[in-house]
Design a protein around this ligand. Structure first.
Ligand SMILES: C[C@H](O)[C@H](O)[C@H]1CNC2=NC(N)=NC(=O)C2=N1
Length: 289
């Protein structure tokens, strides 16, 4: 990834396009209003198990990269919008981790994409992916591939009070699948659910000799974004009912930064798809749950 992707103008574009970005600082941690963060200090081993991160070395290597660092350090964020968390002193003393950040509001659902669904654009990263990453979604690799053939996924782990809560949640995720005609990889354990999203039938549009040609390459599309946003909404309902547990792992900032780095490398300006190619809508089969 060229550093130009994350230079000032690139970062400004990301943040500006994301109108709703509002960060609040609690010293080394940022939290969002109306959404208090419960910090659970786990071991590196536990954190790696929970996030599926391969090695601590990989995470630490990411310190060298940009990703969210500019945002976290406040260089690109309106300082006036950042306030100290009242309990920050205790947290600051304990934590040696750089700050995570949470965007307060998630964007509205994008329109239902026409088929074939096209890969996300650079603007989609600012509008949807970055807020989702700030809400604990991460970017993983289905396949390392090369260039266009690198297959990314959008993943999140949810924690619940009991197995019954997990199964009720999964049932509602299945309802989302029916409504969206889109299917996530769902991994269930006793009190956790992993949701992993990518579009098997994602396409690139190429305008060759007067007519559009579509090249099928699995990857991230607005179908995945819609699905993730709907699952977030569902999770909010479970949280309000006291059925879900909100964990924030100490490694979250590294995971966020690495996710941003991965998605920018794959879908940054050099890879971008024209806006009109990703905005086509279909009025059919759009069912809200
Ligand atoms: C015809 C049907 O809608 C398609 O096969 C859908 C079904 N669910 C899907 N789910 C996912 N994750 N990716 C797809 O490409 C996909 N395609």
């Amino acid at each position: 990834m060229g550093s130009s992707l994350l230079n000032l103008s690139g970062r400004r574009l990301l943040l500006a396009a994301q109108g709703s970005l509002q960060l609040r600082s609690c010293g080394t941690h940022l939290y969002c209003r109306n959404r208090p963060t419960v910090e659970v200090q786990t071991s590196w081993h536990q954190a790696r198990m929970q996030h599926g991160v391969r090695s601590a070395t990989n995470i630490l290597e990411d310190k060298k990269d940009e990703g969210f660092r500019k945002v976290n350090s406040g260089e690109r964020v309106d300082i006036g919008a950042i306030q100290k968390h009242p309990d920050s002193s205790a947290t600051e003393q304990q934590s040696t981790h750089p700050p995570a950040f949470e965007v307060e509001y998630l964007p509205d659902l994008p329109p239902f994409p026409a088929r074939p669904a096209l890969h996300i654009s650079f603007e989609d990263i600012a509008t949807y992916i970055q807020p989702l990453i700030s809400h604990h979604w991460k970017i993983s690799h289905v396949s390392p591939g090369v260039g266009e053939h690198e297959i990314l996924s959008l993943d999140r782990r949810y924690n619940f009070k009991s197995f019954n809560d997990v199964m009720d949640f999964v049932q509602r995720v299945a309802d989302i699948s029916r409504a969206e005609k889109h299917h996530a990889r769902i991994v269930v354990e006793y009190s956790t659910v992993d949701i992993c999203l990518h579009t098997h039938t994602a396409c690139y549009r190429r305008d060759g000799e007067g007519k559009a040609e579509f090249k099928k390459v699995p990857g991230l599309t607005r179908r995945d974004i819609r699905f993730a946003l709907k699952v977030e909404e569902l999770h909010e309902k479970f949280k309000k009912l006291g059925r879900a547990i909100h964990f924030v792992l100490p490694v979250l900032p590294y995971v966020q930064r690495r996710s941003m780095k991965s998605v920018l490398r794959r879908y940054g300006p050099n890879q971008s798809v024209k806006r009109e190619d990703v905005c086509s809508t279909s009025s059919s089969n759009e069912t809200e749950i």
